[in-house]
Each structure stands twice: as structure tokens, then as C-alpha cells.
Write a protein that binds this ligand. Structure first.
Ligand SMILES: Cc1cc2nc3c(=O)[nH]c(=O)nc-3n(C[C@H](O)[C@H](O)[C@H](O)COP(=O)(O)OP(=O)(O)OC[C@H]3O[C@@H](n4cnc5c(N)ncnc54)[C@H](O)[C@@H]3O)c2cc1C
Length: 402
């Protein structure tokens, strides 16, 4: 039998694609070399958020409850894949004639379309944040290299567990891709919590436990790209590579590297195969950190917008004036920042503190729907909540305009 769609990789990209493909009536095969659910379910998003957002009396109860959460989610995942042929083997492309040939263990399969979802791996060997979030015992002292999302979450978790933590960042601030005000607020809070942070350093000291959080690369080794004439994975906006019928989604594209981007890209690829229009709005992808304090942003920084020639305006509201934030135990360092263009369209929503991850959903709507500052200022948010800071930031921007 020739499959309509064969998917290499059973992480969030691969399983999302497989479930949608089967729902649409395509004959679907999913080749999964590692654990079904991939990094997100077993060593990334879920274990990390589980560790960061809960307190545990001891190592054993943490291990048991983490296994329970992953077990429950794994069952739900399998139930969505009932009409998919799952092969628990690594797969590799073996060329294309009319259809693709794929080696799956020792078996040969054929498919009209192939979707690459093989994910990513740390760019160098050594201890990684994944090891920390899945470990039953934690170091009492650690140096973390890299102040991106995974490094910062790792620092936050280890500090919460009582470890002596030093964070090293090659550049001159935390989260170099975020608004500088957000980086500064997070730095103030980290230092207050006793996390040592050093900038301009890219070599860890000898004799310390070092956690390498300085980047991941697409997992393409052994997947047979050259058998179809490709040197690397590059796609267009519809996740299609230069080879007709060959698509890629998720971390293997080497771009966004978040689970929600991976899932959306997978949906787009399947819809493209079915002849439907769909495209990811990368402008409105959320960036979320479950650190203490938490961080989120959606859309552009003021500088990013200015660099593409937009007359961007921005305002920063300190959260210490927001009742919902202080009442819930905010430490006073939090900020909310709003970026808009000259016509008053919201371009970016940025927040450090409070329930930032949950508010990212509202921020996606504001940015993706191109809501005006004036419209936001006239909305009513529940009191006392951190969301009120968004409305307050809009009011400040409106005042400056008038
Ligand atoms: C510590 C940490 C925390 C994170 N936290 C978040 C978060 O909070 N939110 C968020 O959005 N993102 C988070 N991420 C990123 C997120 O986990 C990834 O973006 C996401 O898992 C990528 O999904 P994927 O399906 O592309 O790849 P993966 O999850 O890497 O899955 C790829 C799968 O394919 C398998 N495979 C590889 N080669 C083959 C082959 N040849 N044949 C068959 N199977 C193969 C692999 O074994 C693996 O199971 C985090 C990452 C880390 C490391």
C-alpha cells in the first residue's frame, strides 16, 4: 500500500500532523524513532512546566507525579492517533520516483507525500536543560551557559530547589530577542532571588557542573535528505521543500523551535497537501517563559518595528501600580510594555511578572487581529487581575498621542 502521507518523527509536529491527516481521510503512516510525543511531552515543555510550577516534598514524589502527568497525556495522544499506522522505528528517505521510498527499520514503505518532523538536538554534548527537568536528583551548585528560554527556566527551577546558580550569557543581556525593558525586569528579579548572572562570557569555568543551554540544531542526520537531492531542510510558507511532495514542520526547520509553532506548521503542511489554504502568522506567535517571574511577548519590539521603517511608539507600565499583581504576591519588579504603530495598531505586547503565560492568549488576539490601542483602552478587564495592565498601557499610549 502506498500511503498518502508518511511522517518522519513522532513529536508534537509529527503527531499533530498525523491526527489531522487521518481525520481528513488520508492514509497516514507515522514513523517514530523516539518516544511518542517527543521532546515536548517527555523532556521539554511538560516536564519543565511541571517542575517550575509545583512544589514537591521530596524527589520521589516529584518523579511519581511527573510520570503520572506524562502518562495521562500520552494516553490522550494515542487516542487521537487511532486511524494512523504507527511504526516505532527510525525512518530514512531512500529516493523518489513517482512516489517516495522510505526505509523504516528493515521494511520498505512508499508514500505520495512525506513530512519531515524529526525535531532538534542540543548543538553540543553535555548536560542539557532536558536532563535537569527529567532528573530525579538535582545538583546543589550549577553553571548554566545561555540565557535563552531553556537556560532561564533551568536557572529559575534550580534556584527554587535551593541550588547555587550562576548564569553565563555571551551577549549583554538576558533574552537578547526580547524588549530591553523586559530583559532588565527579569534580571532585577533574578538577582534579587540570588541567581548570579554574568554577561560577555561564553566559556564555563572548569570543575563546575555545567548545563549547556546555548542552542539546538535540526535533527537531520541519517534521514536521507541527499537521496532526494537536498543538502538541508528549507521550506516555503506552506512548509513545502524544493522537492514536490516533501514537507517539513517543527524544530527540524531550524527556525521558531517552539511546540506551538511546530503544531501550527504541521497543520499547515497537512492542509496544503489537502489543497486547502493555511499559513502560520509568525508575526503573532507567542514567546513564553515559565520562569519566576514569568515572561511573555507577542509581536514586535519597538526597535524591531523601527528597523523595518515603522514609526513605532511604546509605553512601559510598572506592575507595582496594578492591584491584581501585588495582591497575588508580585515582587514589584514586573512591567508591561505595549508597542504600536503611528496609526495606533498594536504591534507588540510584552510582559514580565504575574500570570504572563496565560495572558499570552489575549496578546495573540490583540496582535493577530490588529486591534487598535484605542479599542484596547475601551475594553473592560476583570479587577483585580494583571490583565488590567494591558488596558492601562493602552490608556498611557492614548494620552501621549493626544
Ligand atoms: C527544556 C525545554 C523546554 C521547552 N519548553 C517549551 C515550552 O514551554 N513551550 C514551547 O512551545 N516549546 C518548548 N520547548 C521547545 C519544544 O519542546 C520543541 O519546539 C518541540 O518539542 C519541537 O517538536 P518537534 O515535533 O518539531 O520535534 P521533537 O519533539 O524533537 O520530536 C521529534 C521526534 O522525531 C523522532 N525522530 C528523529 N529522527 C527520526 C527518524 N529518522 N525517524 C523517525 N523518528 C525520528 C525523535 O526521536 C523525536 O521523538 C522546550 C524545549 C526544551 C528542550
Amino acid at each position: 500500500m502506498t500511503y498518502d502521507l508518511l511522517i518522519l518523527g513522532g513529536g508534537i509536529a509529527g503527531t499533530t500532523a498525523a491526527a489531522l491527516s487521518a481525520r481528513k481521510g488520508l492514509r497516514t503512516a507515522l514513523l517514530c524513532g523516539g518516544q511518542l510525543g517527543g521532546v515536548c511531552l517527555h523532556s521539554g515543555c511538560i516536564p519543565a512546566k511541571f517542575c517550575l510550577q509545583n512544589d514537591f516534598p521530596d524527589d520521589a514524589s516529584r518523579a511519581k507525579r511527573r510520570a503520572d502527568v506524562i502518562g495521562t497525556l500520552s494516553e490522550g495522544l494515542l487516542s487521537r492517533l487511532e486511524r494512523v499506522d504507527i511504526f516505532y522505528e527510525n525512518g530514512a528517505l531512500r529516493g523518489k520516483t513517482d512516489v517516495f521510498s522510505v526505509l523504516c527499520g528493515v521494511r520498505g514503505l512508499t508514500a505520495k507525500n512525506v513530512l519531515l518532523c524529526t525535531g532538534s538536538v542540543p548543538h553540543r554534548p553535555g548536560l542539557s536543560p532536558e536532563d535537569i527537568f527529567t532528573s530525579d536528583t538535582l545538583p546543589q551548585r550549577a553553571v548554566i551557559l545561555g540565557a535563552g528560554a531553556a537556560g532561564l527556566e533551568c536557572a529559575s527551577y534550580l534556584r527554587k530547589s535551593g541550588a547555587d546558580v550562576t548564569l553565563l550569557e555571551q551577549r549583554d543581556r538576558l533574552l537578547p530577542q526580547a524588549e530591553p525593558e523586559i530583559s532588565a525586569a527579569l534580571l532585577r528579579s533574578f538577582r534579587r532571588r540570588g541567581i548570579a548572572v554574568r554577561f560577555g562570557v561564553d566559556t564555563p569555568p572548569k570543575g563546575e557542573t555545567v548545563i549547556f543551554a546555548d542552542g539546538r540544531v535540526p535533527a537531520v542526520r541519517g534521514i536521507g535528505l541527499r537521496t532526494v537531492g537536498l543538502a538541508k531542510v528549507v521550506t516555503d510558507a506552506h512548509m513545502q521543500t524544493a522537492v514536490p511532495g516533501l514537507y517539513a514542520a517543527g524544530d527540524v526547520r531550524g527556525e521558531e523551535m517552539t511546540a506551538h509553532a511546530a503544531a501550527r506548521e504541521a497543520q499547515c503542511a497537512v492542509r496544503r497537501i489537502c489543497g486547502e489554504a493555511d499559513a502560520v502568522d509568525y508575526r503573532a506567535l507567542p514567546h513564553v517563559l515559565f520562569t519566576d517571574p514569568a515572561v511573555m511577548w507577542v509581536g514586535e519590539t519597538q526597535r524591531g518595528a523601527q528597523e523595518r521603517g515603522v514609526q513605532a511608539r511604546a509605553v512601559t507600565v510598572p506592575l507595582r501600580s496594578v492591584g491584581g499583581y501585588l495582591a497575588a504576591g508580585g515582587d514589584g519588579t514586573g512591567v508591561c510594555r505595549l508597542v504600536a504603530d503611528g496609526a495606533g495598531t498594536i504591534l507588540g505586547v510584552h510582559l514580565c511578572g504575574g500570570d504572563a503565560p496565560e495572558l499570552s492568549a489575549a496578546a495573540v488576539v490583540l496582535v493577530q487581529q490588529r486591534v487598535r490601542v484605542r479599542e484596547l483602552e475601551r475594553m473592560t478587564f476583570a479587577h483585580p487581575t494583571v490583565g488590567e495592565a494591558l488596558r492601562e498601557a493602552a490608556a498611557c499610549l492614548e494620552d501621549r498621542q493626544s
